[in-house]
Design a protein around this ligand. Structure first.
Ligand code: PLP
Length: 405
């Protein structure tokens, strides 16, 4: 038997490899600190669990759910968009659809809009699914570099005219995985007019919409006047409400975008279990205090990591959102070499930045999803292994003082 050629073009999923390495080391008795995966470690909020328990006992939730989501689910999403962002008047029938987590809807968007030869404009570094789903659809990924000097925002003026003409989708994601960067409405407005000019569907992956620090509230692209003409936005309950395993999210915005998604969905997968939709409805009523109590846990962890790395000489600023700290590797190392060093000498798992794209080379990513005490231990292990950055004043570059021979 042979795999289809398209599988040969797809690299192994980053975390499949990392998880395999983790399991091997654990089997050898190594005490691994896994700073790898953005999988929330706290339990789902109690009021959501309660709604789920009740809904499970209701036989009416047991049959096939509607593909687009129950009326009550879509109406509540519409109200949540009003309450959270002031985005008024989304039509629950044509401008809102439920999804089995956002990974499903992201992939299906490529199937709905990208044809062989078309470009998708995707961030580099970025969530790996944008690239692989482009390839699955037969399209060509065109990467938009996210550089630290530009606050990890893409420069759309650098996109060649012929690429823009042949592009079907433009993907952004703020708060950003993996860089932790955030974006403001002026930047979104610039993208809306670019996408309107070239008739490109603007896709904003807002998986971390509620995970932001220091009082910052990430905006919706749909707050830009007229954005609904050209943009859709992907939401997930995975991170905001500790519901990663439940597989529920939604997409809002441009009705053609939603229609395309719906057409793929009705053919290749199914709706979200109704009891989970009921639980998600309860999630939309999570109080600001509850959300803030979750966010402040991540914020403390972020501070432990940032201050710990600073104490080891890293010139690093605290990210304003997402579950990640994006960290430069010392100059003497590639991303892979340095993450291997962390694993072998400290028992710390982190993904190398090049797993998120070529421009991720020179970085690694730390996820804020383990308890503070383990993070402190990770910093201590790095300290004990002699790993640190030092700024060399004469060249303004970093040199590593570690036990690399
Ligand atoms: C940027 C981004 N988008 C989408 C997802 C998918 O999340 P889910 O499918 O759980 O909604 C993730 C998960 O890590 C992510 O980081």
């Amino acid at each position: 038997m042979q795999f289809a050629q398209r599988l040969e073009k797809i690299p192994p999923y980053l975390f499949a490899e990392i998880n395999q390495k983790r399991d091997e080391l654990i089997a050898q008795g190594v005490d691994i600190i896994n700073l790898g995966v953005g999988d929330p470690d706290k339990p789902t909020f109690a009021h959501i669990l309660q709604a789920m328990h009740q809904s499970l006992d209701d036989n009416a939730t047991h049959n096939y759910p509607p593909y687009q989501g129950m009326d009550e689910f879509r109406q509540t999403v519409g109200k949540w968009m009003e309450y959270r962002f002031g985005v008024m008047g989304l039509d629950p029938n044509t401008e809102i659809i439920s999804s089995i987590g956002s990974k499903e809807s992201i992939h299906n968007t490529f199937l709905a809009f990208v044809e062989p030869g078309d470009y998708s404009l995707i961030p580099d570094p970025g969530y790996p699914v944008y690239r692989t789903s482009t390839i699955f659809a037969g399209g060509q990924p065109y990467t938009m570099p996210l550089e630290a000097e530009n606050n990890f925002l893409p420069d759309i003026n650098a996109i060649p005219e012929e690429v823009a003409q042949k592009a079907k989708l433009l993907w952004i994601n703020y708060p950003n995985n993996p860089t932790g960067a955030v974006a403001n409405l002026d930047f979104f407005a610039e993208l809306v007019s670019f996408c309107r000019h070239y008739q490109i569907l603007l896709c904003h992956d807002h998986a971390y919409s509620e995970i932001a620090y220091d009082g910052y509230k990430p905006p919706s692209v749909l707050q830009v006047p007229g954005a609904k003409d050209i943009a859709i936005e992907f939401y997930s309950l995975s991170k905001s409400y500790n519901m990663a395993g439940w597989r529920v999210g939604f997409v809002v915005g441009n009705s053609t975008g939603i229609k395309g998604l719906s057409q793929v969905k009705t053919n290749v997968d199914s709706g979200v279990f109704k009891a989970i939709q009921k639980a998600a409805i309860a999630a939309f009523f999570t109080s600001e205090e509850q959300l803030q109590s979750l966010v402040s846990i991540y914020q403390h962890r972020r501070d432990v990591i940032v201050q710990g790395l600073q104490s080891l000489g890293w010139p690093i600023q605290a990210p304003q959102g997402s579950l990640y700290v994006w960290v430069r590797v010392p100059k003497a190392y590639t991303s892979q070499e340095f993450t291997n060093l962390l694993l072998e000498q400290c028992g710390i798992i982190v993904p190398p930045g090049n797993g998120y794209g070529i421009r991720g080379e020179g970085f690694f990513r730390i996820a804020l999803t383990i308890p503070e005490a383990r993070m402190e231990e990770a910093i201590q292990r790095m300290h004990d292994a002699g790993i640190r950055f030092e700024t060399d004043d004469s060249s303004n570059k970093f040199k590593v003082i570690s036990n690399k021979s």
